[in-house]
Ligand binder design. Sequence first.
Ligand code: GTQ
Ligand code: FE2
Length: 366
Amino acid sequence: MTEAAAEHADFYEDVARLNAVPLWSLAASTSPEPRVFEQPHVWRWSDLYPQLLRAAEVVEVGTEQAERRVLTFKNPGLPPMAVGATQTLVASLQILLPGETAPAHRHTYNALRFILSGSGCFTTVEGEAIPMNRGDLVLTPHWKWHDHAHDGQNEPMVWMDGLDFPFVLNLRSAFYEDYPGKESQAVTRRSGENVAQFGGGIVGQPWRRDGALFSPLLVYSWDAARGALQRLQDTTEADPWDGYMIEYLNTASGGHVLATMAAYLHLLPAGFRSRPQRRTPSSVFCVVSGSGFSVVAGQKLEWSERDIVALPGWSWHEHVVEKDTVLFRMSDVPMLEPFGLVREQRAERLPASQPEQQQVAAGAGG
Ligand code: GTQ
Ligand code: FE2
């Protein structure tokens, strides 16, 4: 080593010992665009459902073994200790068998649930028992007590959980508490109360709206959401990027359903091929019905019913379907919006700077 090189190495070592880093050695600080570590990924129902059934044999729910019987997804691009379908969003599959109860607790991270199969489950949120039916969206906002119970006869009940857990964890704000004493919380409201009060676009007892951080309406039925999509299809043209698309709204504020997560339902009509787009927020979508594929950051991802797909932030993506296809999508857009960090590009066709994606998309047919 020359004297200069030795001096150089010495310098970096000394600085590191002082818990400092020369800024010029960090590529991220001058990267012209976001560097995205999360990868496009599909979690297939056909792979995971059998493992959920096995989980039902391996652990008893509601014991110290397992507070919830949940398989939570880990994006292959994240560091070893991290969980999440993206850097900010957890997606999981949860299974509950007839007769089982998942005990009451609360936490500062927000959750939403999209119901995939089975019937006979209730989730009690802050004193109201909410029936869970296929295609419903149910909210468990920040710090609300919640427990799940399966009163049905035969089939296991399965749903997707979406949580902002990685985000809240990184803000050192993850608090968690078990319900004192009992397994299930007391039911103190009549079933359907939140829908009656807040579900119609006309708000009863407006003083009961709990601020704007989350929606006082806790359940959005499949029929209402699918009906809205249908009316959109009957009266408008499909958006070339997003197809027919609705957002589930916070009925107190008109904003997103939760402080940290937004929820949408898309209908991509038969034969639809979306134009390419990318956005800084990340998304996770669940295939409600239909099948097709996405090309995301140069990778082709095929998916079908009940598969769950991670759409990394700032990654070009496009969707192709043969038959009518409905996608439920959650997004971390509310985490970026307050800070002016949402950027979006919607293109007629892929920019020439994306040869890999162009090639995959062109070869993909459909
Ligand atoms: O059902 O309460 O997927 O607390 C992760 C954490 C579900 C739940 C998850 C949770 C729950
Ligand atoms: Fe929970």
